[in-house]
Write a protein that binds this ligand. Structure first.
Ligand code: ATP
Ligand code: MG
Length: 244
């Protein structure tokens, strides 16, 4: 494992500065992390898939900010690029997009080859431990042929080494990828764009997840604007966690 730096100007370090420098955002994500733990009080959910019904609802942003906040709080966090269609987490973190999730799913690489610790801040201040697993080199077409029960054991074992494992993913209604990945995680977090999401589509996504047996452990209402969507009863303006 090589230690790499999430350089200034790249998205992950910029997000880390935004989370670190903005108490309201940090508090919102800390509350979200706490709520995820509460929702899983009987059965701690360590590996979580972040998805949504449509593109651009904020999945990658929420996954990254959750990972950053957990790592700032001292957790060891692995953030996985599970979006094989719009892969970008690795470059956002300053990591070469080489061997990654697809090679691990195919059983062609060892986890060590695909996990890259990154430093969020150049000066080393408040450095939490955050690792990135790139999407890998193989196309999304390989997914239906994966041995998912073996993949589940592999990611269980990887999960033993981390306090929290977060999978970013493509939208549920665009492709089956997120539903397949949902089968190897402990819980699913749905991101819902307050302005764009369609209630029926969210319900349909939940129905598609049900037979998989992995619980939807929460939903984040993103891009919430009280001027447009009405006053929230929640203490945080932009994020709202609803237990399902
Ligand atoms: N709460 C927010 N406030 C302001 N901008 C946001 C917020 N959440 C996301 N964005 C912006 O919206 C855009 C889409 O966000 P993001 O890439 O996280 O969505 P996504 O669901 O991962 O999209 P895709 O389906 O393409 O993977 C980005 O430019 C991001 O910076
Ligand atoms: Mg994304």
């Amino acid at each position: 494992m090589t230690k790499q730096l999430a350089k200034d100007g790249l998205r992950l370090s910029a997000l880390a500065r935004a989370v670190f420098g903005n108490p309201e955002v940090k508090d919102a994500y800390t509350a979200l992390l706490g709520s995820l733990r509460l929702s899983a009080i009987q059965d701690y959910k360590k590996t979580i898939l972040i998805t949504s019904t449509q593109p651009n609802e904020g999945k990658t942003t929420v996954a990254s900010c959750l990972a950053i906040t957990a790592s700032l709080a001292g957790q060891t966090v692995l953030l996985i690029d599970g979006d094989l269609r719009r892969r970008g987490l690795a470059s956002a973190a300053g990591v070469t997009d080489g061997v990654g999730l697809t090679e691990i799913l195919e059983g062609e690489a060892e986890p060590e080859e695909a996990i890259h610790p990154v430093e969020l801040f150049e000066d080393g201040r408040v450095a939490g431990t955050l690792s990135i697993m790139p999407a890998g080199r193989r196309p999304p077409e390989i997914l239906p042929a994966i041995d998912w029960s073996r993949a589940r054991s592999t990611f269980r074992a990887i999960g033993e080494r981390f306090g929290l494992v977060l999978f970013d993913s493509p939208p549920i209604l665009a492709a089956n990828d997120a539903l397949l990945l949902a089968g190897i995680v402990d819980g699913v977090l749905l991101v819902v764009d307050a302005g764009a999401a369609d209630r029926r589509q969210v319900r349909r996504a939940k129905e598609q997840l049900e037979p998989i047996g992995t619980p939807v452990i929460g939903a984040v209402l993103n891009q919430f604007d009280p001027k447009v969507h009405g006053q929230s009863s929640q203490p945080y303006r932009d994020y709202y966690l609803a237990r399902s």
